[in-house]
Every structure is written in C-alpha cells, then in structure tokens.
Design a protein around this ligand. Structure first.
Ligand code: NAP
Length: 298
C-alpha cells in the first residue's frame, strides 16, 4: 500500500507550506473545514507532481473529527504520520458547535479525539506530531513582553467552559490559546509514555508572521507586528517563515529514528516547555480527565 501523511489545517500558513513539502514523501491526506480551499491545495500539490486526497472536517466539532478519523482509516494507504497543525488564536472568545470554548476545542479537544480514534489502527512506528506554541510557557521571555502569562489550566471541564486560572493575560482569547497549547504539549508527552509502539513529538514553529493566525484585520497592526516588532529582540531570535517552519515540521514528521516525547523548536532542536507540561503527573491526569470528558460528551 502507498504511504500517506495526514495533515490538519493545510489550507493556510505553516500547514499549507508543510502540505506541499509532504508531497515528496507520499500521498497527502488534507484535513480541513473548507472544501474549496482543500481543492486549491490538492491542485497545488498536483502541479508539483504529488498526490493528495481531501477530507472535510471541522476540528472544533467532535462528531466531525470522529467521522474524519473513520474516513482516514478507510483510505487505501499506510498512514506513516499525522500532523495536528490546525489551530486558532482569536482576540475574542467564541463557542464551538458543541458549546465549548472555540480555541480549546480546535487546538486541544479535536486533536486529542483524532489521536485516540486513530492510534489503535496506525502501523508500528507511525509518527504523530503536534504544533504547540512558546506562549504556553509563563517563563518564556517574548511571550512575557507581549503581556502573556502562559497556560492557565484549572481542569479540562473548566477549559471547555472557557474558564481560566486568575492572573492570566489581559487579552481575551490569549489564556485560551496558551492553555490549549500547554495541554496539547503535555498530552503529546503523555501519549508517548503510554504508547511506545508509536512516536509522538511536538514542534514549536517559532514566531511566524504572514500566516492567518491571530485574526487581526488591521493592516497597520499586521505590518507593524510582522515587519517591525518581530525583527527586534527578544522576538528576532525566534522569527521564522512558513517555509522554514514547514521544513522543520516535515523533518520531524518523516524522521525514521525512534525519537518520541520530544519538544522541538523552530530549528528542529529539542527545547523545554513549561514546567507543568513536562510534569508526568500532570500529563497522566490530563489524559485521564480528557478521555473521561470526551466519553461523557459522545
Ligand atoms: N504563526 C505563528 O507564529 C505560530 C506560532 C506558534 C504556533 N503556531 C501554530 O501553528 C499552527 C498553524 O498556524 P498558522 O500560523 O499557519 O495559522 P493559519 O494560517 O491561520 O492556519 C491555521 C490553519 O488551521 C485551520 N483551522 C482553523 N480552525 C479550524 C477548524 N475548526 N477545523 C479545521 N481546520 C481549522 C485553518 O483553516 P482555514 O483555512 O479554513 O481557516 C488553517 O488551515 C497552529 O496550530 C498555530 O497555533 C503558529
């Protein structure tokens, strides 16, 4: 059977660049919520001589995620890797179709549900990769400078309700984003420990301007952030581009070594996330609590 790589969120930014790179390694399974945009990515891959198939899925909708998992497993391919890239960071908070915080549902609950639906059926050595963000770490300097305070986790249920620990960011939506990224990083490390048959790694793609992330429509603010602020310390050290981030992510996703439970930076070097994300007892609690939460909602 042909080899395939699954990617969520291939229709924009880092995911779009990564989907094009992945075409060199096998059939690309494009998982996105907009069929027109998926058609465009499939055509772009075709123009490069690659092959892709599309699966329409809203990562914030748990029923849609479960349907997508069934469709992926029904494909006539050997799935060598799954990249959980789709993500949102919104200035304002909104609710998902299931009534959960939209950011937490998209960035954490959806990828978690997809992982648990796929993993029993993936071949030995398959590589699952997650995209976190340095914003999850309260001690990360650039995030602190921007007024971010890291993940503000209370419980899975509270996060789904859009409730965060006191003392977080003053920007609505940022605590949701930081917490969702802290949870996905901790969960990936927990998956790695409980499932040595497969590999679970996480990438921090760096500060990558020019993508759709952030939902900011003010052209002046976008220009200032992407062309001025991110070129200055302490941001410049972590600055990346969608193409560069895609190269690193593709390398991690297609790597055939046994590395698992590793958190990579934008250059592909191992990095440290927040103390909480690295704490095995937190990882263990998170996996159990999330499974209980998802089971009670299915
Ligand atoms: N850019 C950065 O500086 C940066 C830094 C750290 C981490 N990240 C992470 O990198 C990943 C990619 O972000 P990006 O910067 O490339 O942003 P982007 O250009 O906005 O891309 C986000 C992708 O996720 C998809 N998506 C969003 N919500 C979805 C949903 N409910 N269901 C299915 N797909 C959905 C989008 O689809 P549509 O095209 O349909 O909107 C798009 O393809 C995200 O996980 C982000 O958190 C980015």
């Amino acid at each position: 059977m042909d080899t395939a790589y699954v990617i969520t969120g291939p229709t924009s930014g880092i995911g779009h660049a990564t989907a094009l790179d992945l075409a060199a390694y096998g059939t690309v399974v494009l998982v996105g919520r907009n069929s027109g945009k998926l058609d465009d990515v499939r055509a772009a891959i075709g123009r490069k001589g690659g092959r892709a198939v599309s699966i329409v899925c809203d990562m914030a909708d748990l029923a849609s995620v479960r349907r997508a998992a069934e469709q992926i497993l029904a494909l006539p391919y050997t799935v060598a890797g799954v990249l959980n890239n789709a993500g949102v960071m919104r200035p304002q908070t909104t609710k998902s179709i299931d009534g959960f915080d939209m950011t937490f549902a998209t960035n954490y609950l959806g990828p978690f549900a997809l992982t648990d639906a796929l993993t029993p059926h993936l071949p030995d050595g398959a590589n699952l990769v997650y995209i976190s963000s340095a914003i999850e770490d309260p001690d990360r300097r650039p995030a602190q400078v921007m007024g971010m305070r890291g993940g503000q986790f209370i419980s899975v249920g509270a996060s789904a309700e859009g409730q965060w620990r006191a003392g977080g960011s003053k920007m609505p939506g940022i605590d949701a984003y930081a917490t969702s990224k802290q949870c996905i990083l901790a969960a990936a490390m927990g998956f790695a420990r409980e499932n040595p048959r497969l590999r679970f790694n996480t990438v921090e793609p760096g500060i990558t301007p020019g993508t759709g992330l952030g939902g900011v429509n003010n052209p002046l603010l976008v220009f200032l952030f992407s062309q001025v602020i991110t070129r200055l310390p302490p941001f410049s050290r972590y600055r990346s581009t969608p193409k560069r981030s895609a190269r690193t992510i593709t390398q991690v996703l297609t790597d055939s070594s046994d590395k698992t439970g590793v958190y990579f930076d934008e250059k592909g070097k191992p990095m440290h996330g927040s103390a909480l994300a690295h704490d095995p007892s937190f990882q263990h609690r998170l996996l159990a609590e999330t499974r209980e939460f998802l089971a009670s909602r299915s």
